[in-house]
Design a protein around this ligand. Sequence first.
Ligand SMILES: *Cc1c(COP(=O)(O)O)cnc(C)c1O
Length: 505
Amino acid sequence: MMDDQKEWLQKLPGVDRMLEDPSIHHLMDHYPRTMVIDKIREYLEALRQMILAGDIPFQPFEYETILDGFLTHTELSLEPSLKRAINGTGIVLHTGLGRAPFPKSAQDSLFDAVANYCVLQIDPHTGKRGDRYIHVESLLKKITGAEAAMVVNNNAAATLLILNTLAGGKEVIVSRGELVEIGGSFRVPDVMKRSGAKLVEIGTTNRTHLRDYRDAITPETGLILRVHQSNYRIVGFSKIVPLEGLVSLAHEARLPIVDDLGSGALVDLSRWGLPKEPTVQESIRAGSDVVCFSGDKLLGGPQCGVIVGKKEYIDRIKKNQLTRALRSCKMTFAVLEATLRLYLDEETLCQHHPVLKMLTDPVKEIKKRCYSLKRRLKDSIGDHGEMAVVEDRSEVGSGSLAAETLPTWSLVIQIQGLSAEELAKRLRLSNPPVFGRVKDDGYRLDCRTIPRDEFGFIVDAMKRLLLSSHAEEMPEKSKNVAENIIREVREIDESPDESKQTNAG
Ligand SMILES: *Cc1c(COP(=O)(O)O)cnc(C)c1O
């Protein structure tokens, strides 16, 4: 070992010394003590490894600069793991990014409900235990026209519960064209098996007739299930039986008909020139006995599965023991109630509902935003790179309007010396993380999913990124080296899958 190395190693402070520092005490007011200690250890170890490799982390290598390096770069990794992110992917309902962003009113209700006690399941009139569904049931009835409603953890849970209650031990008739898989973890045949119902497949992948359903009905039949194809479309020579036909057939045979609508639109999107998605109201009007859908797809609310339909069936489902295992928490009810209220006024709905606002945003507005973002970034990028505003296509995501994309505008950004992939990675690791799209080897930010009030985050991220990549080119080691060490330490903790930008439903 060289003398310099020995000297540097000796200068490395112990964990105890750092713990005595007032600025570290200050950190411990905000973050758990053990977490701070772990971070100090991690940091000192990274410095030690660097010295052993023959590098000096800072110049001058003194206690003050070591402490400074820790404070500047560690606060980020002490922050909560679940934090907000900037969605520049153009995928409006991105499962990896938490699907629907909440309306402002829902954020307020959420805070109020979570921060305090709330009347989740108590009747203020009697003081007795009540029903947690009342907070949303009348809204759901009013909006969808159904007789009764309830809510569970997600739509997968809703499907499981419905099948288990109404067809456990019995047969369920489903068209082969509807045996879909959603996002790899929800497959209709598997959920069916778990529910205790027996799957009876009918028809062919592309064509199913009403007579196929009729021929499959036996005394063992529990119900007829229709599943919205969600994330794929069969085009060409294909036929599905209209819901009305299925309803008459089921009711003649005294069987319930269940409609798994998946994305569950509560308004007709074709009003805004978007592709038609079947609405919950249409399904109820056509005579479905039970309809289920996700709360965090087109509805634009929290993760949950909404079940609406005839009271006799909903009452039976509410009584199922499984319901207790699948029930939603107070946060869900707070956000769902506030989101549903927006649907009572269709005129102002799109203004206050982020998902619908993003879906119905006029293309020329998106283009304007794209040019504004370009102007905002111009100063920080300077001659380190180039930008261009280009026409692009956004996706709805989460299996909603699967075969369709929406016209949009994106900002293509190129930074000298960084590949598109590398740029994407650096921006993902900024705070808050910025997610974009790499297409045709260019890095893109789709402005459909970036509101103006988030531009500042992107500008800051770009400034920091350029500072640190500029520093890397310099021969002498600087403070930014520590930033890289810490980033590397953090990356080791992440599995490669997590850093990918996928939209597995
Ligand atoms: C998305 C979807 C589901 C699963 O819903 P989650 O709320 O994600 O559990 C089930 N069925 C259909 C038809 C869907 O589109």
